[in-house]
Design a protein around this ligand. Structure first.
Ligand code: ASP
Length: 324
């Protein structure tokens, strides 16, 4: 009688999104979504936790906080878990994944997966993506890689990836920094690692928090009216991120609005909206602002939120934008 080989255990947190959608009908329940891919059982035993059933455009920072706290608690409670999978909409997946990349306190694989086609569309990509996510989550090579995004057989770092196409199944791109690895039919292959600190390597610990600092994100545009910033500074915000033109260059309206608030004490990050390449040097403007090096506005906002949970001053925030 051959010994029964116990399969590694994964916990799948379901949040909603297209992967759980049937056009025009309510979202699929988490357990049903996973049961629809019985091939998973060849790789793992599965526990499903239905966290939410919403499109990811409805995800908020409070969801990020609660999801990270729940995953940290589950991992701390059960050391037999091999990996965590989060099924999630693709619209804001890069944000939730990046938040977890900085706040999960385990080196076990944490894998985000979604789909670009609903489950009832021809050639739906969800089932294969979910199976591939389980294969990565149970592969020892995924340990210590930080939070990963797995779609279309590509393994990307949560730090670097972004949604780059409105419809195509190969939407998640990391054009200059590339992919960490691939899900091949015969095995999982990794070719590189992320050098920037993540998960257990970061200063950020959010387990005790009930909420996150309020950081607003504003897009600069030609002819920007400084009054927009005046309004934002008049609200009770803890920080502001301006998504600028290339290189951190800003319109006259943004510069006027930021100069108006130079003594507000509210930290300001200027993040280029151009997806590739670093902003070189420091802000040349005559008001306090920190350049986000290679994060666009959405991820710069997340890093600033977390810096503010640590009570960082402007110099410490500037360092954090060099380090993470
Ligand atoms: N179309 C999106 C998705 O791929 C919808 C969402 O992000 O919830 O999941």
């Amino acid at each position: 009688m051959s010994a029964q080989v116990t399969k590694p255990k994964v916990v799948i947190f379901t949040t909603g999104g297209t992967i759980a959608s049937i056009n025009g009908q309510p979202m699929i329940d988490g357990p049903v979504l996973v049961q629809a891919v019985p091939e998973i059982l060849a790789y793992a035993t599965v526990e499903v936790i239905e966290f939410s059933k919403i499109g990811s455009s409805q995800i908020t920072p409070n969801h990020w906080l609660k999801l990270s706290q729940q995953i940290n608690a589950v991992l701390a409670k059960d050391s037999t878990i091999s990996g965590i999978i989060i099924t999630h909409g693709t619209d804001t997946m890069e944000e939730t994944a990046f938040f977890l990349n900085l706040t999960i306190k385990s080196d076990k694989p944490v894998i985000f997966v979604g789909s670009m086609r609903s489950s009832n569309e021809i050639s739906a990509d969800g089932p294969a993506n979910l199976l591939n996510a389980v294969r990565v989550a149970t592969d020892k090579k995924a340990i210590g890689q930080g939070v990963l995004v797995v779609l279309n057989e590509h393994i990307a770092a949560a730090r670097n990836v972004f949604k780059n196409h409105n419809r195509n199944v190969h939407t998640f791109q990391s054009p200059e920094l590339g992919y960490l690895g691939f899900v091949d039919p015969d095995k999982i292959v990794f070719y590189q690692k992320v050098l920037h600190p993540h998960t257990t390597q970061t200063l950020f610990n959010i387990q005790h928090l009930d909420s996150l600092p309020k950081v607003e994100l504003i897009q600069d545009f030609t002819g920007f009216d400084a009054g927009i910033l005046d309004y934002f500074f008049s609200k009770k915000v803890d920080g502001i991120v301006v998504q600028t033109f290339a290189g951190g260059r800003a319109s006259a309206g943004v510069r006027k609005g930021l100069k108006n608030a130079a003594n507000s004490g509210i930290p300001v990050i200027m993040a280029s909206g151009v997806p590739n390449g670093r902003i070189i040097g420091d802000s040349p403007y005559d008001f306090p602002a920190i350049f986000s090096k290679d994060f666009r506005g959405n991820k710069a906002r997340i890093l600033l939120m977390l810096c503010l949970t640590k009570g960082m001053d402007l110099e410490e925030i500037k360092t954090a934008f060099e380090v993470y």
